[in-house]
Design a protein. Structure first.
Length: 400
């Protein structure tokens, strides 16, 4: 270290700007928060969108994107698919170049997609921190289990889940520190052999609606913010739409799906839908939320903290939630949101809540008040910076 400054090599799959997914929101927020807390952060990431639109205290080193990884290479790889996608020739060269630089006090492996960097980090002798966003072993196993063996994707998903389990376990036991987004994930990581786990739920840095009134003049619409580039998110959505689209259509309620989605998926599913409209990416999420009474969280699979819930809370939209989707949030069913234990039950709750603007108003107000002061990124940055200092100090003590 130089003086008291920790020098951190941050390894992210992609440069997380623009923040188009929950993964990017968390990566950008946490890396910037520790830099603001005084850690010198040098970060590598694939420059997927070829544009960094936000100023940040992190020194981002873009890695040139390459052609998508072939299916044959993924099948032959020891790494899970999401990691093999990022284990490109250019990224391996960038990592080797970075590790030849002296003075790294710690390396942060941001998300399991960067697990392939573990052998190089171990060889370099740099203390490792695994910044997780899910307990991926559980998430991938659940996703593969819920696919029928009649589906041709079943075998590849099962194989990928096993690889993810092995890779995550190796990363956990070789890390001096693991961060988790929820206490439930922290328990799982400790069971996997993690030596030190700190829970860092996401902060919130989006737009905050200071005041809002939901009444009879508010459009009779529900909104679902999601990123449909992952097959699991697509499956979650279709389970809901199968029961909710006809119900909402009969009630005259529009359902707006906001966020990126593959065109082939949208083309395939829209033909039979009556109430649902795919909006795609929007310039202003605040405007999209302002045009709805209810925001939906419905993800039977995928695990983790649902960042879209914070968008709804701070955008002051009432929430309808599938049971089990509010992990890590200080909110209560029946007070801060309505809840259904199945997609069909949730669909009925959505209709009832949209048709009760007074209830929408009470719930969005209560949820906002319970969250207003609890999701500050600077707090997370200070906590992680302190944990990194502990890792560095312990490493130096053990090296004597």
């Amino acid at each position: 270290m130089t003086g008291s400054t920790i020098r951190c090599l941050w390894l992210s799959g992609d440069i997380p700007y623009p923040r188009l997914s929950g993964r990017r929101v968390y990566s950008a927020g946490l890396s910037n928060a520790i830099a603001a807390a005084g850690v010198e952060v040098v970060a590598c990431g694939i420059d997927v969108d070829r544009a960094q639109t936000e100023s940040t205290a992190v020194e981002w080193r873009p890695v040139t994107a390459m052609r998508p990884t072939s299916a044959a290479r993924k099948l032959a790889s020891r790494w899970p698919s999401m990691a093999e996608d990022r284990r490109t020739t250019t990224y391996r060269a960038a990592l080797d170049a970075a590790l030849r630089e002296p003075g790294w006090d710690v390396a942060v492996v941001d998300h399991l997609q960067m697990c392939w960097a573990l052998p190089a980090l171990r060889a370099a002798g740099v203390p490792i921190v695994y910044a997780s966003q899910n307990h991926e072993s559980s998430t991938r196993r659940e996703s593969s289990t819920n696919v029928s063996w009649r589906d041709p994707m079943k075998a590849p998903l099962v194989l990928d889940a096993r690889r993810a389990h092995r890779a995550e376990r190796a990363l956990v036991v070789n890390s001096s520190l693991v961060t988790a987004v929820t206490e439930a994930d922290a328990v799982r990581f400790r069971a996997d052999g993690a030596r030190d786990v700190v829970v860092l739920s996401p902060g919130y840095s989006g737009a905050t609606r200071g005041n809002r009134t939901i009444n009879g003049d508010t459009p009779r619409a529900a909104v679902m913010v999601t990123n449909l580039e992952w097959h699991v998110k697509q499956a979650n959505l279709m389970r809901l739409l199968d029961v909710a689209d006809p119900l909402l259509a009969d009630a005259g309620i529009e359902l707006q799906i906001v966020g990126p989605a593959p065109s082939e998926f949208v083309d395939r599913v829209t033909g039979g839908l009556r109430a649902t409209r795919f909006v795609g990416r929007v310039e202003s999420l605040a405007d999209a939320l302002d045009a709805a009474r209810v925001g939906i969280v419905c993800e039977r699979e995928g695990g983790g903290f649902k960042l879209k819930a914070l968008d709804y809370v701070f955008g002051r939209v009432a929430m309808a939630v599938l049971e089990g989707s509010m992990e890590g949030l200080p909110l209560s069913a029946g007070v801060d949101y309505v809840c259904g234990d199945t997609e069909e039950a949730l669909a009925h709750e959505i209709v009832a809540l949209v048709d009760d603007p007074a209830m929408c108003q009470r719930m969005q107000t209560s949820a906002f008040e319970h969250c207003a002061t609890r999701f500050d990124w600077s707090t997370r940055g200070s906590e992680l910076a302190a944990a990194l200092q502990r890792v560095v100090t312990t490493g130096k003590r053990n090296a004597r």
